[in-house]
Design a protein around this ligand. Structure first.
Ligand code: PMP
Length: 294
């Protein structure tokens, strides 16, 4: 079944519409000029993990692109929860998206309506579960994360994903699962939809998110590691340093914690720390288990 023909509902500008009927006009500004921002969230056991943080980031992403979403954070949180229940899902992926509409055509779109839609579906694993256990293989992308003076890199803006899709497709064409993107200075940045961590001598190293998303999962993983007494260093990382790193993993809402076995010419073990954090994250996101642990 094509993805736009699923059963169920989409929350669309305040109403629940049938999944297949949630349509927009071809002259939508968001389509032509990428004036769109979105979120990716996951529900576990009927509860959306860090929902308000995601909704606040959605509002902030829109603000950075110069528009205001005409629903409050609280209203959006409520809509997400209502839709999750209406979809009858416990574990699910949640995708809110806001965009400029089709009332004016042209680069300037001062009077276009700001739209908001939310879709929720069953998306168990971003990376193939079997590959995840062995560690996934990444290519090194040709495109780089842009200088913050070149693009609004702190916004989860649809336009920034153009180079992610290009990089992921290029990696897949070569048999890799994903791509590592360097930043505009040539430093290690992130994967096409997830942040990256390395392990060396029992210490975690991760790039400073100064020109890409400081993921909510990234921050959660840092907290989980510190809770275990694992030191975390946020610093500039040069690609050549990957030679000396022992372990590596990606993290993001969709990817959760996913070990990496290869990045271009560099290889990593699927060692203890990625496995430990994979489990800690899985426990952290489950409301029941989190309460039991407290
Ligand atoms: N970087 C990019 C490019 C992403 O798309 C994502 C997923 N939203 C992340 C990092 C991780 O962010 P989060 O942990 O908030 O999902």
């Amino acid at each position: 079944v094509p993805f736009d023909q699923l059963d169920g509902f989409i929350w669309f500008n305040g109403e629940f519409v049938k999944w297949a009927d949630a349509k927009i006009h071809v002259l939508t500004h968001g389509l032509h000029y990428a004036s769109a921002v979105f979120e990716g969230e996951r529900a576990y056991g009927g509860e959306i993990f860090k929902l308000t943080e995601h909704t606040q980031r959605l509002h902030e992403s829109a603000r950075i692109l110069g528009f205001r979403i005409p629903w409050s954070v609280e209203e959006i949180d409520d809509a997400c929860r209502q839709l999750l229940a209406k979809q009858g899902l416990q574990d699910a992926y949640v995708r809110p998206i806001a965009w400029r509409g089709s009332e004016m055509m042209g680069v300037s779109a001062q009077n276009n309506r700001i739209n908001l839609a939310i879709a929720i579906w069953d998306w168990p694993s971003y990376f193939d579960p079997e590959q995840r256990l062995k560690g996934i293989r990444l290519d090194i992308a040709e495109y780089r994360r842009p200088d913050p003076r070149t693009a609004p890199s702190k916004s989860k803006a649809a336009g920034l994903y153009m180079i992610c899709t290009l990089s992921k497709h290029a990696a897949e064409a070569k048999g890799y699962t994903d791509a590592l993107m360097l930043d505009w200075r040539g430093r290690v940045a992130e994967a096409t939809g997830a942040n990256i961590f390395f392990v060396k001598d029992g210490v975690l190293h991760t790039p400073v998110p100064d020109c890409f998303l400081d993921g909510i999962t990234r921050r959660t993983v840092i907290e989980l590691a510190r809770r275990r007494g694992i030191e975390v260093v946020e610093r500039a990382i040069q690609p050549e340093e990957m030679e000396s790193f022992e372990q590596c993993f990606l993290c993001g809402t969709a990817a959760e914690v996913t070990p990496v076995s290869e990045i271009g010419p560099y290889t990593f073990q699927v060692g203890e720390i990625p496995r430990l954090l994979m489990n800690d994250y899985a426990e952290e996101v489950r409301p029941g288990q989190r309460m039991a642990a407290e």
